[in-house]
Write a protein that binds this ligand. Structure first.
Ligand SMILES: Nc1ncnc2c1ncn2[C@@H]1O[C@H](COP(=O)(O)OP(=O)(O)O)[C@@H](O)[C@H]1O
Ligand SMILES: Cc1ncc(COP(=O)(O)O)c(N)n1
Length: 273
């Protein structure tokens, strides 16, 4: 069985962070593991507080996984502070796993900050260069590339600027744009578009976590990058189509193995190759 590690924050309400990642891993039939970097008291409406895990405990969790288990892919989510970023980057340089997918989480869907804004320089210098794939949403891509994104051409320009910072591939997600849910992948040479109809729903808590974890799962399963993203886009679209009206704010995506593996054709007309 393929083994995938999530390094991220804990969302006690179960829709995003480590919890969304592990649900996504299970739906893909890979073995999920977690290194928790922050315990976030949050729900679908707000972030109440958070307690960051000490950098040495983050390092020891990573050691505990890697000294014992072969890791086929790593998904990285929320990294709240520079010290946390440095600890994670150092350890991943040491263990050099394949397939590092980084979702540079900055804010929760309700607008509450999950990354210290002063950590952006460390993110750029220390974290981005270790990514095989970086998956910023539009506001994150704007912050990282210091430019405004108003259209698809700007998404491409921002992806090129971020690629220059040292990650191998960049996927700028269009969830926050108007129009269809169009994501742009840049591999340093070519652009690839992944499009889906926008679903009218406020239940988008955990979409980015779900997407990056699905991509990491597909890379662990040995799909090439474009195919890994194509299948993950299909997965996240269905997870949003079936999202749950749980809680008073932005409800979570829905991960269901049976629908994804067997029932897809019947329910949606989409087949999984
Ligand atoms: N309302 C929606 N309908 C369809 N797809 C969406 C919708 N909102 C987001 N997506 C897709 O979900 C994925 C996650 O994107 P996004 O929401 O931008 O990330 P984040 O959670 O990091 O803000 C992307 O593929 C995006 O295009
Ligand atoms: C612990 C944690 N990590 C990440 C997110 C953002 O999730 P998303 O951008 O997928 O809605 C979150 N709300 N909480």
């Amino acid at each position: 069985m393929k083994k995938v590690l999530s390094i991220a924050g804990s969302d006690c309400s179960g829709g995003a962070g480590i919890q969304a990642d592990l649900k996504t891993f299970s739906a893909h039939g890979v073995f999920g593991m977690s290194v928790i970097v922050s315990v976030v008291a949050e729900n679908t409406s707000r972030v109440i507080d958070l307690q960051d895990i000490r950098p040495d405990i983050i390092e020891k969790q990573i050691d505990a996984v890697f000294e014992d288990i072969e890791v086929d892919a790593v998904k990285i989510g929320m990294l709240p502070q520079p010290e946390c970023m440095e600890a994670v980057a150092e350890k991943l340089k040491q263990y050099a796993p394949a397939n590092i997918v980084i979702d540079p989480v900055m804010y929760a869907k309700n607008g509450c900050p999950l990354m210290n804004p002063d950590a952006i320089d460390t993110l750029i210098k220390t974290v981005i260069p270790i990514a095989d794939l970086l998956t910023p949403n539009i506001p994150e891509a704007e912050k990282i590339s210091s430019m405004e994104i108003r259209n698809v051409e700007d998404m491409k320009k921002s992806a090129m600027a971020i690629h220059e910072m040292g990650c191998k591939n960049v996927l700028v997600k269009g969830g926050h744009a108007a129009g269809s849910a169009l994501d742009i992948l840049f591999d340093g040479n070519e652009f690839y578009a992944f499009d889906a109809q926008r679903i009218e729903t406020k239940n988008t808590h955990g979409t980015g976590c779900t997407y990056s974890s699905a991509i990491a799962s597909n890379l662990a399963l040995e799909f090439g990058l474009q195919e890994a993203v194509r299948q993950a886009k299909e997965y996240v679209t269905i997870a949003i189509q079936h999202s749950l009206s749980i809680g008073k704010g932005h409800g979570p995506t829905h991960h269901f193995y049976e629908l994804y593996q067997n029932g897809l054709k019947k329910e949606t007309g989409i087949t999984r190759q």
